[in-house]
Design a protein. Structure first.
Length: 211
């Protein structure tokens, strides 16, 4: 489970439990950052690496559920593992509806927590990878000329070269040249791949999913 490029954030007002979780994580070479309250946590910047949050539900002042809502409103998609000594069904349902990946009732086994953390880090790692790919895709799209962008949108909508040429008033041969260039710039090896890129860039409605 060791991952030098991952961080686990722990917020719990119980100093003994907080320290115990910290020792467990550090024994596995994970970077563990410990906080006694939500306000203390909010004073720091989120680390720029795969991250998950181990969060106590009930604490003096602001609760874990309050923080979950705040992070969602700020579009911070950090995976959350809730822990509590006073869990109930309605509380767990609320947490899971808010996107939590696990809801553990104290006392829990170390392996239960570690399994949840592994899942959280895996999900955050995948999310960050997707975000980096989208940034690279946007950079490639920005290299297209205005005409190439116009033709790309029409191509992924299923328009033929002849139809595109008639729409924008240029020769069909010119459309073919622009189309070839934009495919190269976008690093698209097929029309389907180009369509998926356009979908991710929100240039066209989502393509239908085929079983």
């Amino acid at each position: 489970m060791s991952d030098a490029n991952a961080t686990v954030l722990v917020i719990d007002d119980d100093p003994a439990l907080r320290a115990s979780i910290g020792r467990l994580l550090r024994s596995l070479d994970l970077d563990a950052r410990l906080f006694a309250s939500v306000p203390e946590f909010l004073e720091m910047d989120l680390p720029n690496c795969p991250t998950c949050l181990v969060l106590d539900v009930r604490m003096p002042g602001r609760s874990g559920l309050d923080l979950q809502r705040q992070l969602a409103m700020a579009n911070h998609e950090i995976p959350i593992i809730f822990i509590t000594g006073h869990g109930d069904i309605s509380m767990s349902v609320q947490a899971m509806k808010g996107g939590a990946i696990e809801f553990l009732t104290k006392p829990f086994r170390d392996q239960e927590l570690l399994d949840a953390i592994q899942l959280g880090l895996s999900r955050d790692r995948a999310r960050r990878k997707d975000e980096e790919a989208l940034v690279a895709l946007r950079e490639r799209f920005a290299l297209l000329s205005p005409r190439e962008r116009e033709i790309m949108i029409q191509v992924v909508q299923g328009r033929l070269n002849k139809q595109i040429a008639g729409d924008i008033g240029i020769a069909e041969a010119t459309v073919k040249v622009h189309r070839s260039r934009l495919m190269q710039k976008m690093n698209a090896h097929s029309l389907l791949a180009l369509g998926r890129m356009a979908e991710k860039l929100q240039l066209v409605p989502a393509l239908p999913q085929h079983c």
